[in-house]
Design a protein around this ligand. Sequence first.
Ligand SMILES: Cc1cc2nc3c(=O)[nH]c(=O)nc-3n(C[C@H](O)[C@H](O)[C@H](O)COP(=O)(O)OP(=O)(O)OC[C@H]3O[C@@H](n4cnc5c(N)ncnc54)[C@H](O)[C@@H]3O)c2cc1C
Length: 434
Amino acid sequence: MSVQHEPAVAGVGLSAWMAPHLAAPAADPLADGETCDLAIVGGGLLGLSTALHAARRGLSVRVIEARGLGQGASGLNGGQVIPGLKFDPERLVGHFGEETGEALISFVSSTADVVFDLIRTEGLDVPSRRGGWIFAAHTATALEAAANRHRQWSARGADADLLDAAAIGRLTGAAGYRGGWLDRRAGVVQPLALAFELARIARAAGARIATGTRVTRLARQAGSWRVQTASGATVKAAKVLVATNAYSDGLVPGLAQSLVWLNSFQIATPPLPDGIAAGVLPGGQAVSDSRRILIYYRRSPDGRLIVGGRGGMPTPTRTLDWAHLERAMTRLYPALAGVSIERRWFGRVAVTPDHLPHIHVPEEGLVAVAGCQGRGVGLMTALGPRVAAYFAEGVREALPFPPTPIRPIPFHSFRRVGVAATIAWYRLLDGLER
Ligand SMILES: Cc1cc2nc3c(=O)[nH]c(=O)nc-3n(C[C@H](O)[C@H](O)[C@H](O)COP(=O)(O)OP(=O)(O)OC[C@H]3O[C@@H](n4cnc5c(N)ncnc54)[C@H](O)[C@@H]3O)c2cc1C
């Protein structure tokens, strides 16, 4: 099945992950009147990882994806597998209290292990490299934050180093950093391959996956769920997972209004010529920098440099909409001036007001998860077995953090306008700090 990312914009939209040899596994079209133990809405990393583990626990599983596999954030992202959340451990303990906070820290600490172990133990055909992730500090304040993060995670056993300006320069080859934090637990994957391979082994475990099928309504009926789709087919499911994240629509009342989705943009060079390649991320790490509107980058398995960062709120329509990333790239690597950009694409990142991922159980047998703030590759893959255990055993403790009520953001549509203004302001401040 060929993959097309929405919306089609002339000359842009193709991600660097799409390759002629890479094909999604076959789909299992939905028949009207099917029944299952668990219906999963959304075929991203969360939906597919949950499907795999639920099927292995003996549940009959139906995944229903509106578009193609990996056409949500899961096949479009930067492929950086970073453990932890945006908040450091002490902040999480402060927010959740000692017991829940430590349980959450232990879970988020393991998310990269889950991804790389899965690839290894299942023999997945997913190009990957566990070379670490660098938080790169461009100001003295950011370097202090890096040191603080290093202290907190090292105290919890993370294999990590604090980097000075010389060390970060050697590892990244990039100009302009004062230092940073290297977390060796992290690494990179080819994200679309990960989504396809998860789908393949989920199907092998018995899960059935329908694509091109939008779920339009969920209704509770006589103790089970009636899952209605745009094609007219309905499914009767004992339980339902809504794994639609930043692409959530009106299926679960208030869910889409409980988060703000932002466009994250990426660009990719062609495979870099040897003379230039040696000076670009020679250490093989992934990097996110400390700017308010952060820039993240990595090398791809075929030798491209891939640079990502927040984009504008409107849907991009021309290559110029990615120009800020090209500027960032040549600021970091002046030697890349004049190197062409071969791919430009974007996807949605779900951000919640408290910057934490949320699990909701709005009704019996219905779970929704949303809001991974750009950290979902590890987080959503690792949540899969936990959510599957929750469905199979019905025990709240299976979940790594407690479900919360869905809280729609007041004046939600204005919030997006506010976010757009904040991004413009932050970009200006970042520019002044260069
Ligand atoms: C450009 C970009 C770069 C990123 N970089 C990174 C990174 O480097 N590292 C990292 O950890 N995270 C990154 N992220 C975040 C990460 O990709 C996401 O957190 C993660 O993929 C979310 O997975 P998911 O399964 O929850 O959602 P998704 O993969 O978005 O899947 C949701 C699916 O639900 C489907 N859907 C929606 N409504 C319906 C419906 N009504 N019926 C049926 N299907 C429906 C959608 O079509 C979609 O396929 C990035 C995100 C983007 C967009």
